[in-house]
Design a binder for this molecule. Structure first.
Ligand SMILES: Nc1nc2c(c(=O)[nH]1)N[C@H]1C(S)=C(S)[C@@H](COP(=O)(O)OP(=O)(O)OC[C@H]3O[C@@H](n4cnc5c(=O)[nH]c(N)nc54)[C@H](O)[C@@H]3O)O[C@H]1N2
Ligand SMILES: Nc1nc2c(c(=O)[nH]1)N[C@H]1C(S)=C(S)[C@@H](COP(=O)(O)OP(=O)(O)OC[C@H]3O[C@@H](n4cnc5c(=O)[nH]c(N)nc54)[C@H](O)[C@@H]3O)O[C@H]1N2
Ligand code: SF4
Ligand SMILES: [Mo]
Length: 729
């Protein structure tokens, strides 16, 4: 090959990594049709060149021979390729038939995590609206529902989840999050390690509250090994101290209401009283409170570790309240709200968070912002008696793998097999999609060009960035938004499908996410229509190397707060009542004789929920799907490091190797989720060689956050014993 030819065929494209919320800027170098290099983009206004090891997986995902590229239709136990028109016609006729025969709600939909990482998500929502089904589920109910619920009750809208102003704070208190691995969630902070180091460098301090001495805890000034589920008690004890000491509150930007009720509630929550429940001694509780109260600026930030608790909503309320009463709400260095190019919070705040508009079939769960908790999904498909069927007869999944990612004790496998029709929009034959009648694969992440409107809403700095396409998709390949709009068209009433099908299809094709994005930017708070000639357009964002920095977070809650009285509610009555109920509960550290350990989760830098295990570089090296156990717990069970053990809960058991380390609190064990790739019929062959086990087989779907029904997978009682008949090697 001549030098000239190489120069022409090798080029570099700037975009973002769309694997996790950090959306780091990357530079992808391509030689002909192969990616030869992925590196961090030093010009990126948010990530400044940082990437984690997962970024390179984008290339492997693109080139992965196991990735599906054509629609697949089930024939008996296997699948055959069909063309798109045939696929949409099949999906349409079957979904319509189910709704005609059994009603609108007979078709359910599940929207998974990667859907949120592309603007195609809007078209998934359009499909849901067209289906008019109340059986709608998403990863939100095994994720941030509690945070949204607390935001709704306190600020009047579920979208108003505050962001920790990590880059300017003097004191960061992290509860139940491991940003050194996750790079931040609902506080997007690429290079969290660097940002945490910077806090300490500028004289601030960082404390991590976590039952495990995590990668983040190792970077902090202090690690507090809380008892799993102990956080609300720790926070109540802190609030007690702050009220007793006197609040050094800076004037609030928005008036707080409920301070008297709060003061009355926490008066009984002395650190001594709370200490055994929190698993943290009273002096530490007091010290943490005083340091938070006296810091120039301070922010408590909590995430998944506390969402996945029965007290998820309560904990997030107390976190926001701690920040609010110490004068750290809506102030630099505290909890703030973004001013993104498309002001999603402002646009959506009036929609209402609608709790309890309908219920699950058993009445156990209520809808929250028109969604039902995913823990109840299998129940809607299975009948009461064995072998009978439930009201949901068909399912659409979009970018989700609920068989591995939701607690269901194995029942979802059975439930999915009982359906009349199941269409999965996914690029792999997964533990979930293997049950489908039809799989519709979108293009790879590198074949998309997009403008991310969602994560700037939750970023630590206001920004606008564009992702260019690395590869042109094949002529007959479709993006998620195109698949979703075709499905939408198929389920619409007759006229749309017949006489107007062509014009409507042509119109839909033009209604691309980029066109919508352009309109959103133009009319948004930074757009030319508001800011004049110097304002933003999508074209300007697209041309800006590394994106456009829109500055630090600004106080703006006054314009966003959506409660009726336009105040921040620090003591919503239902939270106060629930706290009283918990405080009256005499049982401090519930254990039963049979299940004596508490199981929590953990994430690894090279793993991303359930779907990066087919990439050799992400699974090489030692087994990551292990049960982490304290040396005392291992010794008392005569277990040795590396030995296969059975982890058993009331509803299931799995076998994994034990990893002995004092980084975890005694009495607690941790197993990562997203593993268990040993099902028959899955199409990820590398993953099958590193299967791990599905921890969600242990989690009881009935154990949920009190207010939202969010899965409480960090509250499971288990026991661990040597695997029966396993020879120790
Ligand atoms: N025990 C336990 N369970 C958990 C958690 C935990 O901490 N502990 N965490 C929970 C959390 S926070 C989340 S967000 C969920 C995630 O759980 P899910 O939302 O179910 O998603 P993933 O496991 O990430 O699976 C994503 C699927 O989408 C496919 N996919 C990837 N990219 C695309 C795309 O661009 N388009 C389409 N159509 N498909 C795509 C992948 O092949 C994969 O099959 O898991 C939850 N489950
Ligand atoms: N590498 C990687 N990055 C990811 C993901 C991934 O799978 N891998 N997933 C992405 C997704 S979907 C999400 S939602 C985010 C999640 O982002 P994070 O919330 O940062 O996620 P985790 O790393 O699971 O951190 C949760 C922490 O809570 C701790 N914990 C468990 N129970 C308790 C408790 O009762 N109290 C306290 N205080 N702590 C507790 C756990 O030990 C763990 O360290 O990460 C995103 N980023
Ligand atoms: S942290 Fe890693 S996986 Fe997440 S966006 Fe950045 S490079 Fe991608
Ligand atoms: Mo998540």
């Amino acid at each position: 090959m001549t030098a000239e030819k190489t120069a022409v065929s090798t080029h570099t494209v700037a975009r973002q990594c769309t694997l996790c919320e950090a959306h780091c800027g990357i530079l992808v170098t391509v030689d002909h049709d192969r990616v030869t290099r992925i590196e961090g983009d030093p010009d990126d206004v948010l990530s400044h060149g940082y990437i984690c090891p997962k970024a390179t997986a984008l290339a492997d995902l693109h080139h992965d021979p196991d990735r599906l590229r054509r629609p697949m239709r089930r024939v008996g136990d296997s699948f055959e390729e069909i063309d798109w028109d045939e696929a949409f016609a099949l999906a349409g006729s079957r979904l319509r038939a189910v709704q005609r025969r059994h009603g609108r709600d007979a078709v359910a939909m599940y929207l998974g995590n990667p859907a949120a990482h592309s603007s195609s998500v809007l078209y998934g929502i359009a499909l849901r609206v067209a289906l008019l089904t109340r059986k709608f589920y998403s990863a939100s109910s095994i994720d941030q529902f509690p945070q949204e619920f607390a935001a709704w009750k306190m600020f009047g809208s579920n979208v108003l989840m505050p962001i920790a102003d990590v880059d300017r704070t003097d004191r960061l208190l992290i509860l139940g999050a491991n940003p050194a691995v996750s790079n931040g969630s609902v506080t997007t902070m690429p290079d969290a390690r660097g940002r945490i180091a910077a806090i300490r460098r500028r004289g601030g301090s960082v404390v991590v509250v976590d039952p495990r001495r995590t990668e983040t805890a190792r970077l902090a000034d202090e690690h507090v090994a809380v008892r799993p589920g102990g956080d609300p008690y720790l926070l109540l004890g802190m609030l007690h101290t702050i009220f007793a000491d006197g609040i050094h509150q800076k004037p609030a930007t928005v008036p707080l209401t409920g301070m008297d009720h709060l003061a009355e509630l926490v008066a009984a929550c002395t650190p001594e009283e709370m200490a055994p429940r929190a698993g943290v001694d009273a002096d530490t509780i007091r010290r943490l409170a005083r340091d938070h109260n006296s810091a120039r600026s301070a922010v408590a930030y909590a995430r998944i570790g506390v969402c996945h608790q029965v007290t998820g909503t309560l904990t997030h309320w107390l976190v926001n309240t701690l920040n609010a009463v110490t004068g750290n709400l809506d102030r630099p260095g505290g909890q703030m709200f973004s001013s993104p190019p498309i002001d999603v919070a402002r646009l959506m705040r009036r929609l209402g968070s609608g709790y309890g508009m309908w219920s699950s079939r058993t009445g156990e769960y209520k809808s929250f912002r028109t969604e039902l908790p995913v823990v109840g999904m299998a129940d809607e498909m299975l009948g009461d008696a064995q072998g009978s069927v439930g009201p949901v007869r068909a399912l659409v999944t979009y970018a989700g793998n609920p068989v591995l990612s939701t607690p269901q004790g194995g029942r979802l496998d059975e439930a999915l097999d009982s359906l009349d029709f199941f269409v999965a929009v996914d690029m792999y034959l997964t533990e979930t999609s293997r049950h489908a009648d039809l799989i519709l694969p979108p293009v790879s992440h590198l074949e998309r060009e997009e403008f991310d409107f969602l994560f700037p809403v939750f970023s630590v700095r206001n920004n606008a960035r564009f992702s260019a396409r690395v590869f042109e998709p094949a002529a007959d390949a479709l993006e998620d938004w195109q698949i979703m709009s075709r499905l939408t068209l198929e389920v619409l009433p007759l006229p749309f499908r017949t006489w107007s099908a062509r014009p409507v299809r042509a119109l839909l094709d033009r209604l691309s996410p980029l066109r919508l994005g352009a309109l959103g930017v133009l009319t948004g708070p930074h757009g030319v229509l508001r800011r004049g000639r110097r304002g933003l357009t999508l074209g300007r964002i697209r041309r800006a190397r590394g994106g456009i920095d829109l500055g630090p977070l600004q106080p703006r809650l006054r314009s966003l707060v959506s409660t009726r009285d336009r105040r921040v509610h620090v003591a919503p009555p239902e939270f106060v009542d629930e706290t009283r109920r918990l405080a009256a509960d005499a049982e401090i550290d519930y254990r039963d004789e049979e299940f004596d350990l508490r199981l929590i989760g953990r994430r690894h830098l090279r793993s991303n929920n359930s779907w990066l295990h087919n990439i050799p570089t992400m699974v090489k090296g030692r087994d990551r799907c292990t049960v982490l156990m304290h040396p005392d717990d291992a010794a008392s069970r005569s277990l040795v490091h590396g030995q296969p053990v059975t982890v058993r809960s009331r509803i299931g058991s799995i076998v994994v190797p034990v990893e002995v380390s004092d980084e975890i609190r005694a009495g607690t064990v941790a197993v990562p989720h997203g593993w268990g790739h040993d099902e028959k019929g899955v199409g990820w062959f590398t993953a099958a060689a590193h299967p791990g086990a599905n921890v969600n087989l242990l989690h009881d779907p009935a154990v949920t956050d009190t207010f939202t029904g969010n899965a409480a997978v960090n509250a499971t009682m288990v026991n661990v014993a040597a695997k029966a008949s396993a020879a120790i090697s």
